[in-house]
Design a protein around this ligand. Structure first.
Ligand code: PXP
Length: 246
């Protein structure tokens, strides 16, 4: 069965837009994670960025205490975040680029030219019982490097596929790259996840890619929750206002 990891960063983005620096506020990404699990999600994904632009440290610790499925911590290969991950012990970490120099043209991690530092981090995480995934473009050189790094998973970056989705010929080219990448990774013994930009429209086509274990999806799920939840949110407010007697 293809698994779903829900990325809850976008919930925290909305909270930080109003409550930044306050240590509290709504919407609560932890409550949202529990609702996702209740609905059947197989895991929760959160990215503790070095700049703490959305998910905060307190969020990852509360997630660690509360969720019943798997916690996937997305992180840059930075000493500070690595130290947190080693104490937090998520089931899996996905190493992602945060700085421009770590980014390939497609937006994934540049594994091939950072093999030494990434392998060192991979070993430390595995040594703490944490699985490791590398977020990479469907690029043969990067996939080969991921296998040499010894990570258990790769997460194929589906952003280019999502961007080109409206243009059939370009969409097919991106799909072919994902299919080739997944096949190469599988043949090298890597488990294959995928994510970024997946939505209710492109998901069916994406499922032509073989060997997928889990999809990490955030923005489109949070967007749909806002669209489908607005009517009842307005009804609730109107009910509270209905008792006004001037
Ligand atoms: N996977 C990774 C590694 C990501 O960085 C992100 C974006 O935070 C996602 C998946 C989810 O992408 P989206 O929010 O577009 O669904």
């Amino acid at each position: 069965m293809l698994k779903l990891g829900v990325n809850i960063d976008h919930v925290a983005t909305l909270r930080e837009a109003r409550y930044r620096g306050r240590g509290w506020g709504e919407p609560d990404p932890v409550a949202s994670a529990l609702a996702c699990e209740e609905a059947g999600a197989h895991g929760i994904t959160a990215h503790l960025r070095e700049d703490r632009r959305h998910i905060q440290d307190r969020d990852v610790w509360k997630l660690r205490e509360s969720i019943k499925t798997r916690l996937n911590l997305e992180m840059a290969n930075s000493p500070e975040i690595l130290a947190i991950a080693l104490r937090l012990k998520p089931e899996i970490t996905c190493l992602v680029p945060e700085r421009r120099e770590e980014v390939t043209t497609e937006g994934g991690l540049e594994v091939a030219s950072n093999l030494g530092p990434l392998t060192e981090t991979r070993k430390r995480l595995n040594g703490a019982g944490i699985e490791v995934s590398l977020f990479i473009a469907p690029d043969a050189v990067q996939i080969d490097a991921a296998a040499r790094c010894g990570s258990q998973f790769i997460e194929l970056h589906t952003g280019a596929f999502a961007e080109r989705f409206p243009h059939p010929r370009e969409r097919e080219a991106e799909l072919d790259r994902l299919i080739a990448g997944a096949s190469q990774a599988h043949a090298l013994g890597l488990k294959v996840n995928a994510g970024h930009g997946l939505n209710y429209e492109n998901l069916l086509v994406l499922q032509e890619v073989p060997h997928l274990v889990e999809l990490n999806i955030g923005h489109s799920i949070v967007s749909r929750a806002i669209q489908t939840g607005l009517a009842s949110a307005v009804t609730d407010i109107l009910n509270l206002m209905a008792g006004y007697r001037g």
